[in-house]
Design a protein around this ligand. Structure first.
Ligand code: HEC
Length: 164
């Protein structure tokens, strides 16, 4: 049901649907979601880095490196906002860099997720087109979409504790 809200862009009703689901009661499943989403985010980070590293090489391996990693980012980004049920923030007591603002501004959070999803789809198309200049531009655009969300919704402690 949240996926429905995620697909709609600006309609107030879509936001209402998103909020209703985010307000659902928290339980062990929500808390288990934290480790799971962190793993998926690491997959995305590793995939974007692999494409970026590939760009620095003389010959780009489109089939074995760019395409599968672009696919990973696209697959993961499509479900991203579903990984944040209410109760899976710092109040859970689990180690998470998710900021409470996610649940206070959930419509904005979902919009940023949607922007990332659009960029991931473009990245996937560029991977198929095998256009190196377009790939360079799209990797940058993708990185900006990730960062836009991290700037507001991921604790700055992450950057302090990790090489980000
Ligand atoms: C809509 C918001 C949003 C978008 C878009 C987003 N992220 Fe994140 N990301 C988060 C949040 C929130 C966390 C913290 C999750 C936690 O600790 O529970 C996070 C955590 C991470 C982590 C740390 C995982 C860990 O704990 O080791 C990595 C790496 C990461 N994101 C990479 C990316 C990449 C790469 C993209 C883009 C392809 C991206 N993210 C897009 C919100 C977002």
């Amino acid at each position: 049901m949240f996926a429905l809200g995620f697909r709609c862009v600006a309609a107030g009703m879509c936001v209402a649907i998103g909020l209703a689901v985010l307000d659902a009661a928290a339980g062990p499943a929500e808390v288990a979601q934290i480790k799971s989403r962190q793993g998926k985010f690491r997959d995305m980070g590793g995939a974007l880095k692999a494409i970026n590293d590939e760009l620095k090489k003389r010959t780009i391996d489109w089939d074995n490196t760019v395409a599968p990693n672009a696919q990973t980012i696209k697959d993961r980004s499509g479900y991203l906002p579903n990984w944040f049920p209410k109760g899976s923030g710092p109040e859970s007591g689990a180690k998470t860099y998710a900021l409470p603002a996610i649940w206070q501004n959930s419509d904005d959070f979902v919009t940023l997720g949607k922007v990332a999803q659009v960029e991931a789809a473009k990245l996937n198309q560029v991977a198929i087109s095998k256009d190196a200049n377009a790939l360079k531009e799209e990797v940058e655009a993708m990185g900006k979409a990730c960062k836009a969300c991290h700037d507001s919704y991921r604790s700055p402690d992450y950057a302090k504790q990790n090489d980000d």
